[in-house]
Each structure stands twice: as structure tokens, then as C-alpha cells.
Design a binder for this molecule. Sequence first.
Ligand code: NAD
Length: 403
Amino acid sequence: MSSILIVGGSHAGVAAASALRAEGCSGAIKIIAQEPTLPYHRPQLSKEALREEVFDPQPLRVENFYEKNGLVLLRGATASQLHLKDRCVVDANGQCHDYETLILACGASPRKLPEAVDPERRALYLRNFDDLRALKVRLASARSMAVVGGGLIGLEVAAVALVKGVSTTLLEAGERIMQRSVSRSISNYLADRHSANGLDLRLGTTLASIGRQAGGEGDVVVLEGGETLSVDLTVVAIGIAPNDGLARQAGLPVADGILASEQGCTTDPAVFAIGDCAAWLDPVSRRHIRYEAVNPGQEQAKMVAAAIAGRPVPALGVPRYWTHQGAMNLQMAGDVHGVTKEFVLKAPESGAFSVLGFQDDRLVAVQTVNAPRQFMPLYQLIGTDRDHLSAELDWEFPPPHHH
Ligand code: NAD
């Protein structure tokens, strides 16, 4: 009977175990999970987990799911070496875990500020439950905060802080917020809304240093231009780096993620890589793409499970993402960077709308604001051309949105 080892108690790792059983794989399946908690939902950590006074992470699966499905879950275990030739992973205690098939779902870690910028390690980062606990303690008594990075985490955290009445300054190095995930029109819309809610948003701004306030508990944040901010805490959310060290040390090709085929197989046919740590070959662009989100990781898990089970492998769908920032609920999908023309479609809910992004006349991206019911029908139309879309939806397109 074949044995499968999964490194990572992540959304992708647990989804893989579940999908393998659903595909009828009956052999031994073991998950090596680094955190001591049951694998849990991570997206809440920068949203409701920060808002609520008392918060326990919501498990991805109930505790007896693992036993009921014959899955061995090793919690608080770290995979520290991978020996491809011997087909074994050695954990931090020196114990060897053999496999016939290995799935690497090792996730990612926050990118840290250079030591020269933050020599005393004052900045707080947010990735796991321990990080959340530390941040909640500091936030509870804070009156002011600096956030470095105007991406998903930075904006979600800033939005919660503003609701709590914490005076918040956000420093974004780029010329617009959420550049990686949304189009310029949505960046501008979000910037306006956050500023109207009291966010002191500084675009094109980086920091020179963080240090301790003289005689105080808080931080002194020095901006590149020389301006100084005195704040109670500093949260840094400047992106992630894939946890690809295990694969790299083993000799697997790695380039901003573990390189894998369009079905997740690495150069070793016994080893697959999924989720935040993996860069899959995109069949259209022929580039390796690393998706940083729950939904593509879970889809990759299902694809890899099908491949291992010897079943037809479904194609990877268009990745979709969501974020909650204050009163704004955003859903987005598709290639926002390939968009050449945008149209705005109002939704029936007040203040709700969708932005349809076209490349030539093909719908390539959809972003909705507070319009959850509009999202999925539009998402399913990604790839459709505009004439067909008008007929299909019986909608009038308003004139292009200018910004
Ligand atoms: P991110 O990539 O979304 O945003 C990082 C931001 O920091 C960018 O806007 C970038 O321009 C900026 N930046 C980079 N270096 C900087 C510097 N030195 N100074 C100032 N700004 C700088 O990353 P994140 O917000 O850190 O999130 C980390 C991960 O968590 C991502 O993979 C993200 O997808 C995931 N996440 C997703 C969600 C969601 O889908 N709703 C929510 C939270 C986190």
C-alpha cells in the first residue's frame, strides 16, 4: 500500500489529504504540521480575529476528521530535511518519515524588514495564531499605530484599527495600494474610502528605521524623507516569501517558490508542491506562477490528489480572492494587470458595484465591491467576449470608468 506524506497543515495540505481519501487512496497518509493547534482558517486572522475580544482559531476540519479518515496528523512538528533518494523527511527531532509520494504544502513566511532598518526587531508581523495573540495584546491598549505595506494584510489590519479608534498611518512604498491584487480604479476607490474613514495614507513612502521611544513603550518610525512618527505599535505587512528551503536543500529547482509542472509535479516524480510555496507552470503564458491565496491552493490540492490517484486531472480554474476592509467586501478574480479597458456595473445594493476588466474585447478580470451575488455569475463569464457577454447578461454597459 502506498504511503503519502504531506508537509504542511495548511489549507492546501489538509485539502490534499481530504481529496486523496475522496479519490479512493486508501494507503497511509501523514501530515506534518508545524503549529501545535489543529490546522485552522488563516484568513480570519487579519479580519474578525482582530475585531473580536476573545478569539479561537476556527479549525479547518473538526478534530475527529483526521482519525475518522485514517489520517495521521503530527502537530507541532517541523520538517527539517528532505532526502529525495531515500524518500524520507527528517523532522526537527531527528525522526525519519518515509514516503512513496510527498506533497509539499509548506506555505510562506512574512517578508521581514532588514536588520539595519529594525535592529531591535520592534515590528510586528501577522501570519499565524501566535502572531495574532501578540498583536491583539498590543492593539488593545494602543492609541496610534503605523502600518507598513498597503497590501491585503496592511489594509485589513488598518481598517480594524480605525474602527477601534486607533489613529493609523499607513506607509506604502508603491504608487498605489493593493497593486498586486487589484486594478488602479479599485486601488483609488479603496484609498478614498480608507482616507474618508480617517486613515493617514502615505503612498510612495518607505521607512528608514524603527526604534524604541525614549522612555516609552512605543516606536519611533523614521520615514525616508526624515519625518518622524511616534506610535504605540508598528505592523509590517510587506508580502511573503515562500517556504521553499526544504526543497532547495534537497536539490529541487526553486525560483520564488518550488517549481512544479502544470499539475504540481516537481522534477522528482514522487514529489508534488502546492499552495503558497509552489510556483506552477501556467499552460498559457508558459511562466511559473505562485498564487498566494486559499482558493487556488485548494484547487491545486484536488488536482494533485487526482494525479496521484491516477484519475483525470481537472484544469486549474481562474484563481479568486476576497478581502474585508471595514465596510467593504471585495471579491476579485482574473488577470487585473492584463486589463486594457474597464467598465463599471452597478449592483442593486446601495454603493455596490463591479468592475469588469477587458483585454481587447475579452473579459479577463472581475472585481466586485459589496456585491457578493454579482460576483459568481461574472466570475463564470471570465474568458467570454464582450458581444457575447452583452447578449448573455442583457445588460447595458455604462461608459468606461475614467480615473
Ligand atoms: P501583499 O503582497 O498583499 O502586500 C504587500 C504590500 O507591501 C504591497 O502593496 C507592497 O507594495 C508593499 N511594500 C513592499 N515593501 C514595502 C516597504 N519596504 N515599505 C512599504 N511598503 C512596502 O502582502 P501582505 O499584505 O503582506 O499579505 C501577505 C500574504 O497574505 C499575501 O500572500 C496575501 O495574499 C495573504 N493575505 C490574503 C488576504 C486575502 O486574500 N484577503 C488577506 C490577508 C493576507
